[in-house]
Design a binder for this molecule. Structure first.
Ligand code: GLA
Length: 399
């Protein structure tokens, strides 16, 4: 069934296709593709530790308009950048430039080896309605959206799983980010009205229904963007690896930090630097919280689920130390409102957004409270938005 967000995505993509014609000139009609962003409700910083995560896709994301050329040239542009980048398909850049275009070029490099040598060149325009760098996974959205669009226009025939793997390989390889697997899976395997349960140890997954008739997902943007966030993220990845290399000696069967028991951590905590002990405790406890949150959802106890979100935020603030005062304020204001079930920072942290799970009907009350508190303290409007769910990457037609 088409939803109101489907029709507004279609309208925006229709305009986006007109922008492609403005940018590249007259020619064949472009095809239009959409890939969502995501919020992560539970399982914070667990993906690269082999733990379970619970993300869900949102109805904001990346727009990709594409048309084929008659030669082997590739022209790519973004609505946020006046430049057009141009290459020959046989001579794609071998070194990243540290710009947005690294993401689609990374994907192109992955897929070029899977198409015939005479595959046609392309004109591609990127855009979207997802805030960039806000913890809503704009980078995985552009990678999955590009992989999906190229697969369709070049007729490669990739499965959803292969699209996810292509996006991940591009981000880890050409772009050079040591990201976990959660984001491309959350986007590539999304199903409307469901939270994805993804076990990052064996990549098994399941869909858990979210009662969207009674509950809504809201996102408040702190508007804090940290230049150094990537470095701080990589530092957390390393700290977890270091903690694991010490603790595994006491639990030889463990293959990742997710496997370490709380008993082993407590018994050998003194062998760890105090910072590493805090990081490890967050991971070990968050694994248990995430299982409890899943159980709460399955037994129809949204309050129990929300309580785990609040505990997760406290741990991200005090033990994993990836929160900032702005995010703490948003969580505090949200949790003081009747009708709010839970709230926590989403994404890596260090700024970005807070995700709030609330009862339908409470939206305006929550918006008023969060905005009033935030404006009083930080003199900015956190622009609380209510997001619908999404069914993952797709071609949008019929306009
Ligand atoms: C970022 C990473 C994800 C995940 C989250 C933290 O969004 O891209 O892989 O590690 O942080 O849960």
């Amino acid at each position: 069934m088409a939803t109101s967000s489907d029709s507004s995505i279609a309208e925006e993509l229709e305009r986006h296709c007109l922008s492609l014609v403005d940018r590249f000139g007259a020619g064949a009609s472009p095809r239009a593709f959409f890939a969502p962003g995501r919020v992560n409700l539970m399982g914070a910083h667990l993906d690269y530790n082999g733990g379970p995560v619970m993300p869900t896709a949102i109805d904001r994301g990346t727009f990709v308009a594409v048309r084929l050329r008659r030669d082997r040239r590739l022209r790519i542009a973004s609505v946020l950048d006046a430049r057009v980048l141009e290459f020959d398909l046989d001579e794609l850049p071998a070194v990243r430039a540290g710009r947005w275009s690294d993401y689609p070029i990374g994907v192109l490099r992955e897929l070029c080896t899977r198409v015939p040598h005479d595959a046609p060149g392309l004109e591609i325009l990127f855009g979207g309605n997802l805030p960039i760098g806000a913890g809503l996974s704009s980078s995985a959205s552009i990678c999955v959206g590009t992989a999906f669009a190229l697969d369709r226009v070049w007729g490669i025939g990739l499965s959803r799983q292969e699209i996810v793997s292509t996006a991940l390989a591009a981000e880890r390889g050409f772009v050079g980010v040591q990201c976990g697997i959660m984001d491309p899976f959350a986007i590539g395997l999304a199903r409307t009205g469901h939270i994805l349960w993804l076990d990052c140890k064996d990549e098994s997954s399941a869909y858990l229904p979210l009662d969207s008739a009674h509950h809504a997902i809201a996102v408040a943007d702190s508007l804090v963007r940290r230049e150094l966030a990537q470095g701080a993220f990589n530092e957390r990845v390393q700290q977890c690896a270091q903690a694991f290399s010490t603790l595994r000696r006491h639990q030889p069967s463990a293959t990742c930090l997710r496997d370490i028991s709380r008993e082993v951590l407590d018994r050998h905590r003194a062998e760890l630097d105090p910072i590493l002990a805090r990081r490890a405790q967050h991971v070990v406890d968050e694994v248990r919280r995430t299982f409890r949150a899943r159980d709460a959802l399955l037994r129809g106890d949204p309050s129990g689920f929300g309580a785990e979100m609040l505990r997760a935020h406290a741990s991200l603030r005090d033990l994993f130390e990836v929160s900032v005062p702005e995010l703490d304020q948003l969580v505090e204001s949200a949790s003081a409102c009747a009708g709010v079930l839970g709230a926590r920072l989403t994404g890596a942290g260090f700024g970005g957004c807070v995700v709030v799970l609330l009862e339908r009907g409470a939206e305006e009350r929550v918006r008023a409270r969060i905005t009033e508190d935030y404006v009083r303290r930080f003199h900015r409007d956190p622009a609380l938005a209510i997001f619908g769910g999404d069914s993952g990457p797709r071609e949008v037609t019929g306009f």
